[in-house]
Design a protein around this ligand. Sequence first.
Ligand SMILES: Nc1ncnc2c1ncn2[C@@H]1O[C@H](COP(=O)(O)OP(=O)(O)O)[C@@H](O)[C@H]1O
Ligand SMILES: [Mg+2]
Length: 233
Amino acid sequence: MNALLEVEGLHAGYGPVNVLDDVSFSVGEGETVALLGANGAGKTTTLRAISGMLKPRGRVRIGDHDATGRATEKIVRLGVAHVPEGRGTFAPLTVEENLRLGAYTSGGKPDLERAFTLFPRLEERRHQRAGTLSGGEQQMLAIGRALMLRPRLMLLDEPSLGLAPNLTRELFKVLRRIKEDEGTAMLVVEQNANLVLEFADAAHVLETGRVVLSGTADEVSADESMRKAYLGY
Ligand SMILES: Nc1ncnc2c1ncn2[C@@H]1O[C@H](COP(=O)(O)OP(=O)(O)O)[C@@H](O)[C@H]1O
Ligand SMILES: [Mg+2]
């Protein structure tokens, strides 16, 4: 199977500071891949380098396209939707306006029903300003907005950050549903390694900008250093 996303020998950073050091991995069509690692390991930087917010060295291939360092709009048109760390919804706009804006970015027609079916709470709050939503609702909105792009691949940066455990489980149920019903591939950055490894197909662990462990989710869960460092058993 040809990978949907292929990252090869990626180097990226901020000004003179290099963060990523030779990062390589791939995400297959419909596959869920977890990107794990401690705070500051370079997970967010990796997503930024893929989605065109940083200019990396190395190679980012999306489908048949060389997407290395392409502008974010181009990456979006290739079917990649990035849900950034801290959500990035537009606080003064309502839920519905945020969703419509998501579709506008891709030139598509907004499929609000789709977002409302997956997240009924968003429908109840469709006329409420995004800035007044709870953290969990804002995360749902950010994901709903990304779905308006009808992505082939979603890049999710710490979707569970700041959410209560029950909301986190609810959110992962919806992600699983998106994966199973629509075959959307996902690259998920998570601190909550236990939870994401239950649902991912493969995982990669970053340490100071390098991939130090890669495998199927089962292999990574079973790895002793991984268990000690991140899984707590
Ligand atoms: N905008 C920035 N400018 C300078 N350095 C940054 C910036 N964002 C992140 N960094 C640095 O890059 C490294 C990796 O950060 P990041 O990719 O955000 O890690 P993670 O998402 O794994 O917690 C850290 O040392 C961090 O301080
Ligand atoms: Mg981060």
